[in-house]
Design a protein around this ligand. Structure first.
Ligand SMILES: [Zn+2]
Length: 76
C-alpha cells in the first residue's frame, strides 16, 4: 500500500489487542466492559483472533515512517 500523503510504500504490520477486537472509537465512547466484545459505537478494524498463537486480536495495518501515520481497513 502506498501512503496517501507522500505516495511512498508503507510498511506492512499489525496492531495487537489482547482481550477485545482492535477498534476505533469516537471521543466519549468507552470500551466494552466485556472481554471479546467491541464498544457499542466502536468501528471494528479487520481482526483475526488467535487464542493460542498471539493471545488476542490482531488487525493488519500499514505504517508510513515519513508521515508518522497508520492506516487500517475496517470490517465491512
Ligand atoms: Zn507518507
Amino acid at each position: 500500500m502506498n501512503c496517501p500523503y507522500c505516495s511512498k510504500e508503507m510498511a506492512r504490520g499489525y496492531i495487537h489487542n489482547s482481550k477485545q477486537p482492535v477498534q476505533w472509537m469516537p471521543n466519549g465512547t468507552k470500551p466494552s466492559m466485556f472481554a471479546f466484545s467491541p464498544a457499542d459505537n466502536g468501528i471494528i478494524i479487520s481482526n483475526k483472533f488467535s487464542l493460542f498463537k498471539m493471545g488476542g486480536y490482531i488487525a493488519e495495518a500499514y505504517y508510513c515512517d515519513a508521515c508518522h501515520i497508520v492506516i487500517a481497513k475496517i470490517e465491512s
